[in-house]
Ligand binder design. Structure first.
Ligand code: PMP
Length: 395
């Protein structure tokens, strides 16, 4: 059974113990995932014996580092079924979406949804797009029937979370792409929460852009990617200037390198990109189908246990991917989070950078448990014990 199979992977993650050596029930993987030793080793090597700059050095170590950095780009591209010249390394999904919102040449109307993370809302506002908001279905999915009615030829972009970071709901990316394309718009999927838990193939999804962060995929912070179709990236202007993104600089005129280099000004996150690629290797070796099944089983167990409590309200659809959000009557999620912490259970409590979604749900905050490859039934049991204890404390 996959639960047992993945249990052995827990030993790969040195971060899953508390300072005094107890098991840490880490249920905040949607915020950031713990790192396997393989990623820590790859980063340590890249920062140590392999370390040098890329793209500039005439010496062998720099040439090797350049190969490693470009090979990381190929690895990350392959992870989502894209081509290497279609991956722009950015600081994370947030920067990737900002880049797109600023640099996309046909700024018009963008259709977002009610459940978006702030990083798929604010960049569009800042870059001057007209924002329209697609409503949700009763069970917390992006309502694609409503999107179909709302889309007009004025829309040049549709930007949806592939998986909601609060509700875990998964959008039908293929249908979203068809709808966007039917009015001549492009589709960006914010894949932050999808890549750690679903096998993603951008060709099968038929989307045009895909943004994600390494740190939610068991890789280092400080790096992420924007995948974009080569012919679309080619049409986009640079958004930050500096070294490495140019062809020729004079005071009269500067010409730019082709994509993706054009979007990577300055010394890149070399070490982090190498760690990102190591994380792709780690995840692929286990298999996203295995991870997905494992997380599904834990979500089902958690939802079932919470449904049995009449003072708990659950959000999101039954088939949420890896994420369960809920509130308890008379207990603020922050108080629950603090009490659970005393039991070595780490959850997230708050608005999850999705304030418009909180408004739609009629709450100011939720408690959120989210799973990863290392999560176990014991983690779920510890969560449920902690919730029962919280109930007793609050009487
Ligand atoms: N979108 C979603 C759905 C997310 O969950 C997150 C991270 N919480 C982001 C975007 C932003 O990612 P990052 O902070 O890594 O840039």
């Amino acid at each position: 059974m996959t639960l047992t199979a993945t249990k052995s992977h827990r030993a790969d993650f040195p971060g899953l113990v508390t300072a005094d050596g107890a098991d840490w029930h880490y249920l905040d993987s949607a915020a950031t995932a713990q790192k396997p030793q393989a990623v820590i080793d790859a980063v340590t090597r890249a920062l140590g014996v392999d370390y040098a700059t890329v793209h500039r050095g005439v010496y062998a170590r720099s040439a090797e580092m350049t190969l490693a950095y470009e090979s990381a780009r190929r690895r990350v591209a392959a992870f989502i079924g894209g081509a290497e010249d279609e991956i722009v390394f950015a600081r994370g999904a947030t920067e990737a979406i900002n880049l797109l919102a600023y640099s996309y040449p046909d700024k018009g109307r963008v259709l977002l949804s009610q459940l978006e993370h702030h990083s798929n809302i604010v960049p569009w506002q800042l870059a001057g797009w007209q924002v329209d908001v697609c409503p949700l279905t009763e069970d917390g999915r992006i309502d694609l029937d409503a999107a179909e009615k709302m889309l007009t030829p004025e829309h040049t972009m549709v930007a949806f979370a592939h998986v909601s970071n609060v509700l875990g709901s998964v959008v039908d990316g293929q249908r979203a792409a068809e709808l966007a394309h039917s009015v001549g718009a492009k589709l960006l999927l914010d894949g932050c929460q999808a890549v750690p838990r679903l096998a993603v193939d951008v060709a099968a999804l038929a989307c045009d852009f895909y943004a994600f962060s390494s740190h939610k995929l068991y890789g280092p912070t400080g790096v992420g990617a924007l995948w974009g179709r080569a012919k679309l990236l080619d049409r986009m202007a640079p958004w930050q200037g500096g070294g490495a993104m140019i062809e020729k600089v004079t005071f009269a005129e500067t010409t730019y390198a082709p994509a993706p280099q054009r979007f990577e000004a300055g010394t890149p996150a070399i070490v982090e990109a190498i760690g990102f690629a190591a994380a792709c290797d780690y995840v692929d070796a286990i298999g996203l189908d295995t991870i997905h099944m494992h997380e599904d089983a834990l979500v089902a167990q958690t939802r079932e246990a919470l449904r049995g409590m009449n003072d708990v309200a659950l959000f999101g659809p039954e088939d949420s991917a890896g994420i369960v959000s809920f509130v308890m009557d008379g207990v603020h999620p922050h108080d629950l989070g603090t009490i659970l912490d005393e039991e070595n259970v780490a959850i997230r409590a708050g608005h999850h950078c999705a304030q418009p979604l909180m408004e739609h749900l009629g709450v100011s905050a939720t408690a959120r448990a989210s799973f990863g490859i290392y999560s176990t039934e014991e983690d779920v049991a510890a969560l449920i014990r902690g919730i029962e204890r919280t109930k007793r404390i609050f009487g």
